[in-house]
Design a protein around this ligand. Structure first.
Ligand code: UT7
Length: 325
């Protein structure tokens, strides 16, 4: 007997050159390095250059993931890009990425679940690969949130940044007796009753504008920990694993306090948490693959490790994926 699994072949990421520190922000709005660090853990974020688009960040991350996998663009037959800041309303930014990579076969589409987008994309691609609809996929989270921030609103503009991360996933047969590998389970949830707590106040059908991000931060915070623990516990329960089995916890990087509180409630060893938000801020759908790539490249995540990804964000949406590396 064999089971079909989606295994991860390689990772890549990219952040724009321009680094905006908390002190830089204190010259723009009434805030301070001390407030931002104490409330969020963020020290800096990266901001896309003029004319640098979400697809440009995505392509750079994707090329690095392909290099790490030892593959060429032509080996890819599916691209799923998680973003809430597409280049244009349509076509999907994934199609632009496909073209910029020189791929003209297979298919590409965007997934829109805001900060949970990367987990949604991993779960989606896993289902397609195990269902036989594709063989090798690029799964990307890429955002230019700097373009939808209200730079006069100190309650939101200090929190977010731009960036992209990517992984290559491949359908693989794992035979009985062989070590298990790949995505073991994913759990996705959403509840639209919370849609006004974190949203963008514009869009093609409502205002015919792009709009700006608006957030009731305290309300998001209030729900985050219970929603995160809900899906992580579901992933543990389904696979018969516990927090003690986990090698790496790679959460969405929104706020250090949310991450620490979630890990504490779940009984996860703080030494097993990967944190990159100090230098990236909240990059929405890009945050998990950025953190994952950092931990793979510095040798923390190794073959055989048990890795939990989790996120919660606008919608609300939330989800977790448990992966045997
Ligand atoms: O990606 C998923 C979605 N996002 C999140 O997960 C974010 C969830 N929320 C949060 O991370 C936190 O709620 C924030 C970091 C946004 C805010 O932290 P908080 O501890 O909930 O602060 P608060 O909103 O209660 O604000 C406390 C005070 C307020 O002043 P008063 O009313 O106490 O006088 C704010 O006006 O801090 C003030 N404040 C600021 N002060 C300096 C708000 N923003 C700033 C700022 N600098 N940037």
């Amino acid at each position: 007997m064999t089971v079909k699994r989606s295994i991860i072949l390689g990772t890549g990421s990219y952040v724009p050159e321009r680094r905006l520190t908390n002190s830089d922000l204190a010259e723009m709005v009434d805030t301070s390095d001390e407030w931002i660090v104490q409330r969020t853990g963020i020290r800096a974020r990266h901001i896309a250059a003029e004319g640098e688009l979400t697809s440009d960040l995505a392509v750079k991350a994707a090329r690095r993931a392909l290099d790490a996998s030892g593959l060429e663009p032509g080996d890819i037959d599916m691209i799923v890009l998680a973003t809430a800041t597409p280049d244009n309303t349509f076509p999907a930014t994934a199609v632009t990425v496909q073209h910029k990579l020189g791929i003209s076969s297979g298919f590409a589409f965007d997934v829109h679940a805001v900060c949970s987008g990367f987990v949604y994309a991993v779960a989606t691609v896993d289902a397609y690969l195990r269902g036989g609809m594709a063989k090798r996929a690029l799964v990307i989270g890429a955002e230019t949130f700097s373009r939808i921030l209200d730079w006069e609103d100190r309650t939101t503009c200090v929190l977010f940044g731009d960036g992209a991360g990517a992984i290559v996933m491949e359908a693989s047969e794992v035979a009985d007796g062989e070590p298990e590998r790949g995505v073991l389970t994913s759990h996705l949830r959403s509840d639209g009753q919370h849609k006004d707590k974190l949203y963008v106040d514009g869009g093609p059908s409502s205002t015919q504008t792009v709009g700006h991000l608006r957030m009731q931060g305290k309300e998001v915070f209030r729900h985050a920990v219970s929603m995160i623990t809900d899906v992580v516990e579901a992933a543990f329960a389904e696979t018969g694993t516990t927090a003690d089995d986990l090698d790496w916890f790679i959460p969405h990087q929104a706020n250090r306090r949310i991450i620490d509180a979630s890990a504490k409630k779940l009984g996860i060893d703080p030494a097993r948490i990967v944190i990159t938000l100090e230098d990236h801020g909240n990059t929405s759908a890009a945050s998990i693959p950025l953190a994952l790539d950092a931990a793979v490249r510095d040798g923390r995540v190794r073959r055989g490790d048990l890795v939990m990804l989790e996120a919660m964000g606008g919608g609300f949406t939330w989800g977790a994926s448990l992966i045997r590396w």
